[in-house]
Design a protein around this ligand. Structure first.
Ligand code: ADP
Ligand code: MG
Length: 690
């Protein structure tokens, strides 16, 4: 099997180069085959020099007229060559004595290179060349020449050589076709090996534009199988979940009544529908794995709380995990307010809880005395052992991939029983992507905002109009409203961000002496952060200057104005999240996107999207179009899903047929499922043991 054949078995690969290849992600012969060319060159025809234009990549057969070393700004070897139709200069900046001596007058050469305009005539700089014997003419290539993405210390010629050997080795035993003929026919897919041969060595006349765009049927065949493998692995995760046992949570209508009665509002239709879906799942003897998507402000928290009520009433514990301390704390406030009244004991855990307090908390969690635990990742550290965990709620899950989801589920496992899992995200994911990425989850959408919200009016203003914006803040606050001023920096360094926020807060405090200005950023002690947020929430602070720590979840209905600096550098989804902090009350709200001009065309379009719509799904879709899924979903940070060949944006159209094929394959050829997953996802057991 080529996925088990290490590259060292290929000629020309020693331990040293194997190491370099491994660092580049190429460890097996199959990896060589799945490393596809980025573009192609046509070296199939010899072109007369008279017909060359700057920018051409061309093969020529020429003889040397003259070679001389020039000592200009840089020493270079210039070789004048001609072929009877025209002439050309070959320019070398690096050359050996022997090389120079080889260019005697009359020597015949086969050249390959890019034609450029030189000072005197057309030139090729460092062309590839071979010496031709008298009267001889080399056979030309009969295939297009692949150009591979190269890496540190890995040369183009090496990759070409390795792929030559790998293609040579291909047969039905070492790279079997796992897609049955009937499936391939109905989907119009070629067979795997033919696709690989074509894509690595396309014939003359192949559609280069399609190949270089990655949409040639050969490439699509490979992308299809890769996406299918991912999809099948997620389905397998889900399938296995149905074999796991979870507590059936179906009790407690009285407690539920009590909970609803003390709410100051009634659920929207969308919230009710999602609540029903969740309660239905919780009553099953298998673990729920449900994703709730809902735009910012759609009211996900209360939906989660209803799920918690059901688990608590059935005698189980609930864990609520948020991505930041700020958010965890806010959830803690909300849940405590709702649950104290119901006589439920709620606890708070972060990395900061230490010593005796932590030990006591741990005991209460283990004994089951503490029923509802809220916190950050700290909830899933090793020393936290739940006595009777029935439900795990994860807020803002776009930061988690399938592995983390599974790790969390296993964490709460006691004896045979696995807790239910509810995952909430405010990053709307277009449907096709959701199908590709979350096939292991069931999904619910809260597609309605609570009544009485007015859309946030959004404007984009150049940084040069800052003074006007400051004035606007002043007016809003004078009218009794509150405002956020968000400082963003693209620099990774948190300390730089915090510094910028500190400077801005100082400037604003000076410019607006009558306002109460406060600052929150990630470097503050958590108690300080919480205290300052609390003051803002209580209306004791008019203007809150903040870094993007307030990005998710913070809820202060009286805040009706938000200024976002450097808006052109943030992702649309992030801007939408930030903007979602205002427009939560009944007052008319606005958001000012401050940018540093001049804007690129793309930046202009992106800011326009935010002005035009406040629909998170639409924004996500547009962002995806403009920037691609890697950026939008932050896959690189989370390692959520790495494709070698497929590209979720380019290949979105394949998703529905990938889904259909998965269903068909599971039914008609179940034995092929595991090999396909293994081929593309390696022997990583993370999916297998899920
Ligand atoms: P998100 O979905 O962004 O997490 P939240 O759960 O923070 O939204 O809810 C946003 C605000 O809307 C909160 O102040 C919450 O109390 C309020 N809210 C939620 N559901 C309703 C409803 N059905 N009617 C009125 N207000 C609601
Ligand atoms: Mg929220």
């Amino acid at each position: 099997m080529l996925d088990e054949t290490p590259v060292v078995t290929l000629r020309g690969v020693g331990p040293k180069s194997a190491e370099k290849l491994a660092a580049f992600g190429i460890e097996t012969v199959q990896d060589v085959l799945f490393h596809l060319p980025r573009r192609y060159e046509d070296r199939t025809r010899v072109v007369p020099l008279g017909g060359l234009r700057p920018g051409d990549h061309a093969v020529a057969e020429v003889s040397v007229d003259l070679a001389e070393v020039k000592f200009g700004r840089r020493r270079s070897l210039l070789v004048r060559v001609s072929d009877g139709t025209g002439s050309l200069i070959l320019r070398f900046f690096h050359f050996s004595k022997a090389q120079q001596a080889g260019f005697e007058r009359g020597v015949r050469l086969r050249l390959y290179g890019e034609v450029r305009r030189g000072p005197a005539s057309l030139e090729m700089v460092h062309p590839e060349y071979q010496r031709l014997a008298e009267g001889d003419s080399l056979p030309t290539e009969d295939r297009l020449t692949p150009i591979y993405p190269t890496g540190d210390g890995i040369h183009q010629l090496t990759l070409r050589n390795l792929s030559d050997q790998a293609l040579e080795m291909l047969d039905d035993d070492n790279l079997p076709e796992w897609l049955p003929g009937t499936l391939r026919e109905s989907m119009g897919l070629s067979d795997l090996r033919a696709a690989l041969r074509y894509v690595h060595r396309p014939p003359v006349g192949a559609d280069l534009a399609a190949l270089e765009a990655g949409v040639h049927p050969g490439q699509q065949r490979l992308a299809f199988e890769e996406m299918l493998a991912h999809h099948l692995s997620l389905r397998a995760v889900r399938q296995r979940a149905t074999r796991l046992q979870a507590p059936q949570l179906g009790e407690g209508d009285a407690l539920m009544q009590q909970f609803y009665q003390q709410l100051s509002f009634t659920l929207t239709g969308a919230q009710q529908r999602v609540v029903e879906e969740i309660l239905h799942d919780l009553a099953q003897p298998h673990p729920m794995m449900r994703l709730v998507q809902g735009d910012v402000g759609s009211g996900k928290t209360v939906v989660a709380a209803v799920a918690a009520v059901r688990a608590l009433a059935s005698g189980y514990q609930v864990a609520v995990m948020a991505p930041t301390e700020l958010l965890a704390e806010q959830h803690f406030d909300n849940f405590q307010r709702w649950f104290d009244a119901l006589g439920i004991r709620t606890g708070w855990l972060s990395g900061r809880v230490k010593g005796k307090a932590r030990r006591e908390l741990m005991e209460a969690i283990q004994s089951g005395e503490l029923q509802l635990l809220i916190g950050t990742h700290a909830l899933f550290q090793d020393d936290v052992v739940f006595g009777r965990l029935g439900l795990v709620i994860i807020d803002e899950q776009h930061r988690f991939g399938v592995h983390q989801r599974l790790a969390l589920r296993d964490k709460g496992r006691e004896n045979r029983l696995v807790p239910h899992q509810l995952i909430m995200t405010a990053t709307p994911i277009p449907r096709t992507l959701a199908m590709a990425l979350y096939a292991d989850l069931d999904s619910s959408v809260i597609d309605e905002l609570p009544p009485g919200r007015t859309p946030v009016q959004t404007v984009a203003l150049a940084e040069s109009r800052r003074a006007e914006v400051v004035q606007r803040v002043q007016e809003a606050c004078r009218d009794g409203r509150q405002a956020y001023w968000v400082c963003t920096l693209i620099e990774e360094s948190e300390s730089l961000q915090c510094q910028a926020a500190e400077d801005t807060a100082a400037q604003l405090a000076e410019a607006l002496p009558e306002l109460r200005v406060e600052l929150v950023h990630g470097r503050l002690k958590d108690t300080d952060k919480a205290q300052r947020m609390g003051a803002f929430k209580q209306g004791e602070v008019d203007l809150l200057v903040a870094t993007t720590v307030i990005e998710v979840g913070v809820d202060v209905p009286n805040a009706s104005l938000m200024i976002i600096e450097n808006a052109e550098r943030l992702g649309l989804a992030q801007l939408h999240q930030l903007r979602g902090r205002v427009g939560r009350g009944s007052a008319k709200s606005s958001c000012v996107l401050l940018y540093k001009g001049p804007l690129s065309q793309m930046a202009r379009e992106r800011l326009a999207v935010l002005r035009e719509t406040s629909d998170g799904f639409e924004i996500a879709r547009r962002d995806l179009e403009l920037r691609g899924p890697g950026e939008v979903l932050g896959t690189r940070q989370t390692g959520m899903m790495q494709f070698r060949i497929a590209d979720l944006l380019r290949d979105q159209a394949l998703v529905p047929s990938v889904e259909r094929s998965a269903v068909w394959l599971l039914r008609q050829a179940p034995g092929h499922v595991a090999p396909i997953i293994r081929r593309w996802l390696g022997h990583a057991t993370r999916y297998a043991q899920a």
